[in-house]
Write a protein that binds this ligand. Sequence first.
Ligand SMILES: NC(=O)C1=CN([C@@H]2O[C@H](COP(=O)(O)OP(=O)(O)OC[C@H]3O[C@@H](n4cnc5c(N)ncnc54)[C@H](OP(=O)(O)O)[C@@H]3O)[C@@H](O)[C@H]2O)C=CC1
Ligand SMILES: N[C@@H](CC=O)C(=O)O
Ligand code: NA
Length: 468
Amino acid sequence: MRTLQYYFDCYGTGIAYNGCGLIEFLRVKVVAFKIGLLGLGTVGAGTAEILLSPDGRHPLLQELEIYRVGVRDISRTRSLQLPENVLTTDLEAIATDPEIDIVVELIGGLEPARSLILQAIASGKHVVTANKAVIARYGNEIFEAANNKGVYVMLEAAVGGGIPVIQSLKQSLGANRIQTLTGIVNGTTNYILTRMQTEGADFAEVLADAQQLGYAEADPTADVDGLDAADKIAILASLAFGGRIKLADVHCEGIRKVSAADINYADKLGFVIKLLAIAQETSRRNGEQAQGESELLSIRVHPSFVPKTHPLASVNGVYNAILVEGEPIGQLMLYGRGAGAGPTASAVVSDIMNVAAILKTETVPIPHPLLSCSHQHYCKIAPMQELVTRFYARFLTRDTPGVIGKLGTCFGNHKVSLESIVQTGIHDDLAEIVVVTQDVREGNFQQALDEIRAMEAVHSIASTLRVL
Ligand SMILES: NC(=O)C1=CN([C@@H]2O[C@H](COP(=O)(O)OP(=O)(O)OC[C@H]3O[C@@H](n4cnc5c(N)ncnc54)[C@H](OP(=O)(O)O)[C@@H]3O)[C@@H](O)[C@H]2O)C=CC1
Ligand SMILES: N[C@@H](CC=O)C(=O)O
Ligand code: NA
């Protein structure tokens, strides 16, 4: 019997010595790390595609093997050619399989995703996930379990799709004091708003396209109502400001109320409408901040008027961007595709590679201080009434004399200064009046609106949107 001894270089090229000194050159796949993939949908299939075609990419990819793939319906026709016997519907068996090194959770939703992640951790596996919903809700439980077990939970794909924003906040920007994050972090809504703005397209039709393109969540209300963006800004804020965020503290409004009329007015006034996710340190008012007390954080998701000259105004379609402001970096904008198979899979695979690289180089796994999460305290959140911002408002009023004056006086009484106020036309006996304020306290603006709503001359407040 001939025994061969193999020596491999990092590219997987092997040199084999047999007993007679004969040298054979082989091209062999060196498998060092076994991947258990949970989910083979948009992102799962994109991830498998990269892992199955390592040529021309980083050599570390040659050392990764898709060992098992868990799906719901094994009989579904798949465009991917996977090795035999890899597919299974037993996801728990993957999460606990002693052969598997890294579990990649790409099924989405809360359960069974959360339980599978926890099972994988308990079984000593490193986890890579794209699931912002689970991390924003159960991050504390998951990271605590991971720290206790000495494993990593990586989530680059969970925010901004292919944009390396998590890695940037954890590592590259670690030297900074972050002051503000302003992001377009939901691809579906940015795609919808862009097409409504540029083509006057119908909301429902564009949403169906976003679903078809694989951008939307299984339940697209998470996108449309701002919940997905809220999950994402909670995750980013936690990294940027070094504390836990309770999801209930994130003020959240979606894009359902954005009408064609508002899009039109925005354009005329020099703005575009974007769904923004913002986390910003705000000083306490009137020197209320005691020594040693941390700043308050304003954290919110809502559609906003964005000046056409602002860098975020030209982020269109499925593209996302996160504008980071910090000291000493100043302004920095990360831009790229925020959803879709390829870009998201790029982030998933880079996380897998990061874990594989650590496993290759560390003999005793100790939590890497820049990759693991150790926050214990919760960030203090500023109430929305204290937010200082500009507003746009559109009123439908009865065409009675002096109505503009009445609105102006009411705003003045509540310390709301106006930048502009215009009457734009009369439809169905109602005059349309559009107002843009200067920076005002949100609480004061809302009080003025309550009074205006009750005015005899005012038919309705058609819309209000914050202005960046
Ligand atoms: N789509 C995108 O652009 C992005 C998605 N994400 C996140 O990535 C994750 C995956 O999203 P996406 O790929 O779009 O989702 P899909 O709905 O396209 O795919 C989900 C996959 O998981 C499987 N699956 C779902 N539930 C179960 C279950 N209970 N048991 C077994 N298998 C299950 C499905 O199986 P089957 O194939 O048999 O139906 C399918 O393969 C989500 O957390 C999402 O938020 C993050 C960034 C971007
Ligand atoms: N549904 C999400 C997918 C990526 O996170 C989005 O549209 O951004
Ligand atoms: Na990302």
